[in-house]
Design a protein. Structure first.
Length: 186
């Protein structure tokens, strides 16, 4: 294809790039480096950690890793509360029960983080535990209830891997809402 531009012929060349079969294999090996969890909008977790450090042995000198662990545990409460609300279950107390084995599979020393969050008013706990009957229940502290939620970007590689392993793809959720709601009702 040629056309005239100020007395000169200019040729236009179109290049079409096609995907090689090897390119597809790159997508299979792609690993996410971050994950996003939901925490209260008015919680500045890193600032609170600077003021009042968590007494942990692992990652005691890594503020970002501590913030990620605390945020992931807090997101379990936020997400469970949201699911409970969506299923129209009784919300009289606002507490949601969290299984300690599941929490420990996410963060090994979860109990230290939960105790720290309770001491700092981030969460409240009912401290009612009956082995084999029900787990302890948690809810957001009064200073963090009702203000909305924000995204917290988790960068700790181990946590990202654990979060990605248990997630349902958001695109799939939006494509098949009836199936997703059936899954959540189980």
């Amino acid at each position: 294809m040629a056309f005239q531009v100020s007395n000169q012929n200019v040729a236009m060349i179109f290049i079409h790039l096609t995907a090689n079969a090897a390119v597809k294999s790159l997508n299979k090996n792609f690993k996410a480096t971050t994950a996003v969890v939901k925490i209260p909008i008015n919680l500045e977790i890193r600032a609170l950690l600077r003021e009042c450090p968590i007494p942990v042995e692992f990652c005691a000198d890594n503020l970002n890793q501590q913030a990620d662990k605390a945020s992931v545990l807090l997101a379990q409460i936020v997400d469970s509360h949201s699911l409970k609300k969506n299923r129209n279950q009784a919300m009289d107390s606002g507490y949601v029960r969290l299984n300690s084995a599941i929490l420990q599979s996410i963060v090994r020393d979860y109990n230290i983080y939960l105790a720290w969050m309770e001491q700092n008013g981030i969460i409240e706990c009912d401290h009612r535990f009956a082995q084999g009957i029900h787990s302890k229940a948690y809810k957001l502290g009064t200073a963090y209830r009702g203000f909305g939620i924000k995204d917290h970007v988790v960068t700790d590689g181990v946590l990202v891997k654990k979060l990605q392993a248990g997630k349902i793809d958001p695109v799939t959720q939006s494509k098949y809402p009836p199936l997703f709601s059936d899954l959540m009702s189980l």
